[in-house]
Design a protein around this ligand. Structure first.
Ligand code: LMR
Length: 396
């Protein structure tokens, strides 16, 4: 059997991290994978996470299975975090959640549930999108189609083209949106556009599916999900894939959630059994450690405030770095306009370099970014910013 296998190419994002780790140039810079880094290039553990973890370890008495849906406290609080305690959907008990192995697990559970509803259903994905969206969701059986989203030359969202395409979707279509911090472009929909898409969904009956992987890292915990919450309060149905990797720094613990909103508590209950059936088939029960930590933080006033303060600081640091990076690169590459980087949100922006320039940066300067020139802004620091800007100016 295995003699027929040919070696596959490296993963377009995680593969670059491996090359970076193997590079012994002391000046190397990693701008590839979307992880937050502090000034020293480290990805710290949140204080609130450490405290909750210590408490959990001292109190837990068993490692027996959780249930298929995972920790119930986590499932309850994660819906409240994304929708807000006072949201009509929460009050009317129209949402249900399962805990999943990270945001990828959340996407896959949602994808399988959608495919159970309509095998091979159309899933509309933005161009560009997180490169794993397409393989992850098409292998769940969905037919992936793309809608125009980002103009990489002018660095703006193609709002008109996008809305024209979306206006053609019908009740047989699913529309994948990014709640905030669009990956890879950093260009987010404004509130008016969220409202327009909601109106189209009301009129034509397609179902939005929102990938929410960066809540709190764009403009803030509430502002980042303003569009999502509006949609949830105006539409009968919505699907959310949530990730706690970035905003709780729990990357390797694999903490995420699939949340389904339906028309009434009875249909939600039924949809929830489908999520559980998919989970059982795919991985049986989700990892518990990180989810329990998130539940403990969200359920404890002191821990929650500490987590929020740290997250706010990270968000501010990212936005400060956006300003510093733009200033630095702009002085060194006067012929190009990089001001768009300053106004984008979250960890990513696409610089607009050619693949050849990206490879030159990697091979000659040990600067690692994704081939489409997506950079993780959090990888920039006061120590590397000059070297980075000089190197980019050289390849330009
Ligand atoms: C990224 O886009 O860098 C992150 O979401 C990590 C990943 O799994 O690709």
């Amino acid at each position: 059997m295995f003699e027929k296998f040919e070696k596959l190419p490296d993963d377009p994002i995680l593969g670059i991290l491996t090359s970076y780790r193997n590079d012994d140039n002391p000046k190397k810079i990693d701008l590839s994978v979307g992880v937050y880094k502090n000034e020293d290039g480290l990805t710290p553990i949140f204080d609130a996470v450490k405290k909750a973890e210590t408490k959990k370890l001292s109190e837990e008495t068993s490692k027996t299975y959780t249930s298929i849906e995972g920790d119930p406290v986590f499932c309850e609080f994660i819906q409240r975090l994304v929708l807000g305690d006072d949201h009509v959907v929460i009050k009317e008990k129209r949402s249900g959640a399962v805990s999943t192995p990270g945001g990828s697990g959340a996407l896959r559970v949602a994808g399988e549930v959608i495919n159970g509803w309509k095998p091979g259903a159309n899933l509309w994905v933005s161009t560009p999108s997180w490169p794993n969206h397409i393989p992850l969701l098409s292998t769940a059986g969905l037919t992936v189609k793309e809608y125009p989203y980002y103009d990489g030359i002018n660095h703006v969202i193609k709002t008109d083209e996008m809305l024209t395409q979306i206006s053609k979707l019908t009740k047989d279509d699913i529309l994948l949106l990014h709640a905030c911090c669009h990956n890879p472009s950093g260009a987010d929909l404004d509130f008016e556009t969220w409202k327009e898409i909601t109106t189209l969904a009301q009129k034509n009956g397609f179902t939005p599916f929102v990938d929410c992987a960066y809540q709190g890292l764009g403009l803030g915990l509430d502002a980042d999900v303003e569009g999502l919450r509006y949609m949830a309060s105006h539409l009968p149905e919505l699907i959310i894939a949530y990730s706690c990797s970035k905003n709780f720094g729990l990357y390797r613990e694999r903490v995420g959630s699939t949340i389904i909103i339906t028309e009434n508590p009875a249909t939600t209950d039924a949809a929830w059994t489908h999520m559980k059936s998919v989970a059982r088939r795919l991985y049986s029960v989700p990892p518990a450690h990180g989810a329990i930590i998130v539940g403990m933080i969200l359920g404890d006033k002191e821990l929650k405030n500490s987590w929020k303060a740290e997250l706010d600081q990270m968000q501010q640091n990212i936005n400060t770095l956006r300003g510093l990076f733009t200033e630095s690169i702009q002085t060194k590459s006067e012929n190009r306009d990089f001001n768009f980087v300053k106004s984008q949100r979250g960890m990513f922006s696409i610089l607009g370099l050619t693949v050849e320039q990206v490879i030159q940066l990697r091979e000659e300067f040990s600067i690692y970014m994704v081939n489409n020139s997506r950079i993780n802004i959090a990888g920039v620091s006061a120590t590397n910013i000059d070297y980075l800007a000089d190197s980019i100016a050289t390849v330009l």
